[in-house]
Design a protein around this ligand. Structure first.
Ligand SMILES: NC(=O)c1ccc[n+]([C@@H]2O[C@H](COP(=O)([O-])OP(=O)(O)OC[C@H]3O[C@@H](n4cnc5c(N)ncnc54)[C@H](OP(=O)(O)O)[C@@H]3O)[C@@H](O)[C@H]2O)c1
Length: 321
């Protein structure tokens, strides 16, 4: 199958390209400002998806069987910093992609987010009504409607949760952000009553490709790990996994103690049914996700000093872990 992967210079997109190659597909990897460099990927370029004319020309020329759309402004902060670009990239681009994929008869897998929900109820099903609390969630929720409007038969919207795993820059995965604070001598203060359900990046990438391969899978789906945990529990389990002193490095706080927390979704846990029953790729426990984590680049000296453990690096998937 010939696949176009957008956001391939990003955290998830890179892993999607690697998963596609692993599963025997041909990949065109599109970055935004940066041309992706991914081991084994021979077709890669920087490409501004907001140029509709160029996007149309590219897809008509490439005529892919499927597009996995990972490019986005994927945080509340980046969306607030440039609301017009958030609207363009997070809503208009997926709409255009869905129209083009419909025209070509190509499958579209569009990445969405748990942040489309308000977090009041938790344990969300795909059929639950989005009620975003912030611009990021609003632009992504609007995209879901557009993608499914044009792609009811051809498109899959995949809502997912905070992504764990090792990133090339050592700064994108859940544990990598904690290590950055710890290395600077700061404990992480984490909510005991804010719930998230992390997913490991390569597991999620496999799922996106499996959905491309399974033509019958279209519509709105959820994918994450199997465990919904508080942010505090996540921090504690990450610290313990690395043999670090969780009591010293992870401080508990409740949402009631932080007035601004009311504007954040409380519980964004997701129900994986019905997708989990339809895929060969299994959902992973948090323990299975932890087993794949490495000490982030730049944190080796600090880590060796506080634990007395030696960090041994090895080259894996183009990253010198
Ligand atoms: N990360 C998470 O925890 C998380 C959680 C839930 C859902 N998601 C969803 O998962 C998807 C992937 O997220 P991610 O964390 O992998 O994002 P990321 O690492 O920030 O990557 C974003 C990608 O978008 C590209 N991009 C930005 N502007 C572009 C433009 N104008 N034209 C073309 N490409 C452009 C970037 O390219 P350059 O850097 O080269 O400019 C980069 O490759 C997103 O849809 C996000 O909403 C992520």
């Amino acid at each position: 199958m010939k696949l176009v992967v957008t956001g391939a210079s990003g955290f998830l997109g890179r892993e999607v390209c690697l998963a596609a190659l692993r599963r025997g597909h041909e990949v065109l990897a599109l970055g935004g400002a940066r041309a992706p460099t991914i081991p084994g990927v021979t077709q890669a370029r920087a490409f501004d998806l907001c140029s509709e004319v160029a996007l149309e020309a590219l897809l008509l020329e490439e005529f892919p069987h499927a597009v996995v759309h990972c490019a986005a402004l994927p945080t509340i902060e980046t969306c607030l910093a440039d609301p017009a670009q958030a609207q363009r990239l997070n809503t208009e681009v997926p709409k255009k992609l869905a129209q083009l994929c419909f025209h070509l008869g190509a499958k579209l897998v569009h990445l969405s987010t748990d942040t489309v929900f308000d977090g009041v109820a938790g344990n969300y099903q795909p059929t639950d009504q989005p009620a975003p609390l912030n611009l990021y969630g609003e632009t992504k929720a609007a995209a879901e409607v557009e993608v499914l409007r044009y792609g009811r038969e051809h498109a899959a919207v995949l809502r997912t949760s905070p992504i764990s795993g090792n990133s090339v820059g050592g700064d994108r995965g859940l544990h990598e952000r904690l290590f950055a604070a710890w290395k600077d001598g700061k404990a992480a203060t984490l909510f005991t009553d804010e719930i998230r359900q992390p997913v490991e990046v390569s597991n999620l990438a496999d799922v996106t490709i499996e959905i491309c391969e399974r033509t019958v899978l279209s519509g709105l789906f959820h994918w994450a790990g199997t465990e919904a945990l508080s942010r505090h529990e996540l921090g504690v389990r990450i610290a313990r996994h690395f043999g670090l002193d969780a009591d010293a490095l992870v401080r508990p706080i409740s949402r009631a103690e932080v007035p601004s927390a009311a504007a954040r979704p409380r519980d964004l846990s997701l129900r994986l049914h019905p997708l989990a029953g339809k895929l060969r790729t299994p959902a992973q426990s948090f323990e299975e996700q932890l087993a794949q984590l490495r000490v982030p680049r730049g944190c080796e000296n600090w880590y060796e000093k506080v634990t007395g453990r030696k960090v041994v690096r090895r080259l894996e998937k183009g990253i010198d872990y």
